[in-house]
Design a protein around this ligand. Structure first.
Ligand code: BG6
Length: 475
């Protein structure tokens, strides 16, 4: 579909960017914060620990002033569960509550809309010890946490996201380190999908509670959605593509929006003797909860072909984006039409439009982009500059596709790429940078932690000032 005239971005479009608590804050055990699993996990070799991260906890005022200078309309961040509830449940930490009050107020001072993710890969260590998401009580723990957040911040926060990338925790939880497997586990797939079920119930309870407590607020899920393509036009590849989309994408949103398991995924789980057990009341809770919008993270698309089930798949090195295959259901392959980032992720702006179209077609809910971006080895020059033309190209091409999707009739709420400021990657340290703002530290040397504006900072400022109309190279 070629549009002769593109529709403009909506006037109140939420231009901003994203971070997550453990990747940006630091102060990992300060002011009463309890440890989260991120503080107790084994670090991938050669990567920074998370005690200081980029020290947003102490420097949030400076950071938000820089975001305001870029013209941000929104700042999407997550709340550390164990900062507000050090044990995960029970006693609230007043200093933790105060920190997020200050952060929210600082955003509002500049008319920046705070968009909050409730859970981003950081289960309180105290709840890890109780079995984490494998414990059927986890949905009640999450509801208690949600209630604390709504009570304390609901007067000012309009946009809430439940669980970041639940699908990645399910599909690659071992790699990003979020998966806890009880010792007695015999069927790993069943265990993983039982945990996934508890998360779905937790999300549904939080959505319902939000609507009860905060009728003006909006809440939605936040999976990582990458549309799967068939590799060629063999009919078997189309079946593989449908399997891949169901398992990677639709399971999570069909449940969030329609309150039912996707039938292809259910058949897949039956074949593996891995269907989740429903506790009494789960079906009703899942059915009753409704999101107001869909938030999603997009980095790339995903190409698959038929799998006859005989191949040996080594997914040990798969991450959020790279190859994921399911023998007998789909085999992921490289897409020869796409270039890759320095870290091996395929770059597919047109796939972004295709993903937005598919999401809207399927769910008819407004969309909010909560992550998108390019990880790269940025360099600080001697005169304090960071020239990151690759980031400008990546963002420009993706933003252009949003405008096309808007012109296709897709309702878009905002764009919050990853990341507002450099932070620690999920498993590749600080050397893999995403921010508009460079932070002077490296893997093991904290250096000055000083902030520098990258070229992309000035460019994005211009994009926001023109409400997405000027995407040219000049800044
Ligand atoms: C998303 C996560 O999967 O991708 C973020 O929500 C993460 O936490 C981002 O940082 C980029 O991935 P990575 O592995 O390069 O840090």
């Amino acid at each position: 579909m070629i549009h002769q005239t593109l529709k403009p971005f909506p006037k109140d479009f939420l231009w901003g960017a994203s971070t997550s608590a453990y990747q940006v804050e630091g102060a990992s055990l300060e002011d009463g914060k309890g440890p989260s699993f991120q503080d107790t996990k084994e670090l991938p070799p050669g990567t920074a620990d998370l005690t200081v991260s980029v020290d947003h906890y102490h420097r949030y005022k400076e950071d938000i002033a820089l975001m305001a200078e870029m013209g941000f309309k929104a700042y999407h961040f997550s709340i550390s569960w164990s900062r507000v509830l050090p044990e995960g449940i029970g006693k609230v930490n007043p200093k933790g509550i105060e920190f997020y009050n200050n952060l929210i107020d600082e955003c509002l001072k500049y008319d920046i809309e705070p968009i909050i993710t409730m859970f981003h890969f950081d289960m309180p260590a105290a709840l890890e010890e109780k079995g984490s998401w494998s414990n059927a009580e986890s949905s009640e723990w999450f509801k208690e946490f949600a209630q604390v957040l709504f009570e304390n911040y609901g007067d000012r926060v309009k946009y809430w996201l439940t669980i970041n990338e639940q699908n990645m925790m399910t599909l690659v939880g071992q790699l990003i380190g979020t998966l806890r497997v009880p010792e007695a586990t015999t069927n790993l797939t069943k265990e993983i999908y039982q945990q996934n079920h508890h998360q779905l119930v937790a999300q549904a309870k939080a959505m319902q509670l939000c609507h009860e407590m905060l009728p003006q607020a909006k809440i939605g899920p936040a999976p990582n959605i990458a549309l799967a393509y068939p590799n060629g036009n063999r009919p078997e590849d189309i079946i593989a593509e449908q399997n891949a989309n169901a398992i990677r994408n639709w399971l999570y949103l069909d449940m969030a929006v329609y309150g039912r398991y996707n039938n292809l995924v259910w058949a897949y789980l039956e074949a593996k003797d891995a269907t989740p057990t429903f506790a009494p009341g789960d079906a009703e809770v899942l059915k009753a909860a409704k999101p107001d919008f869909i938030a999603f993270n997009y980095y790339t698309s995903f190409t698959v072909e038929a799998s006859d089930g005989s191949e040996q798949i080594d997914d040990k090195f798969a991450d959020q984006q790279s190859a994921m295959s399911e023998p007998g259901y789909y085999r992921s392959v490289q897409n020869q039409n796409l270039k890759k980032t320095e870290f091996g992720w395929e770059i597919d702006p047109v796939g972004f439009r295709a993903t937005m179209r598919a999401l809207y077609d399927r769910y008819q809910l407004p969309l909010l982009v909560t992550e998108n971006g390019i990880g790269a080895y940025d360099e600080l020059t001697a005169d304090g500059k960071v020239h990151d033309p690759y980031r400008i190209v990546y963002l420009r091409e993706h933003i252009a596709q949003i405008q096309k999707a808007i012109s296709d009739g897709v309702e878009m709420l905002g764009y919050n790429p990853w990341s507002a400021i450099d932070l620690i990657s999920t498993h590749e340290g600080i050397k893999k940078r995403y921010g508009f703002i460079y932070v002077d530290r490296d893997e093991f040397d904290l250096k000055t932690l000083k902030r520098y504006r990258k070229d992309s900072f000035y460019w994005y400022k211009k994009v926001i000032a023109t409400n997405g109309q000027d995407l040219s190279d000049q800044f």
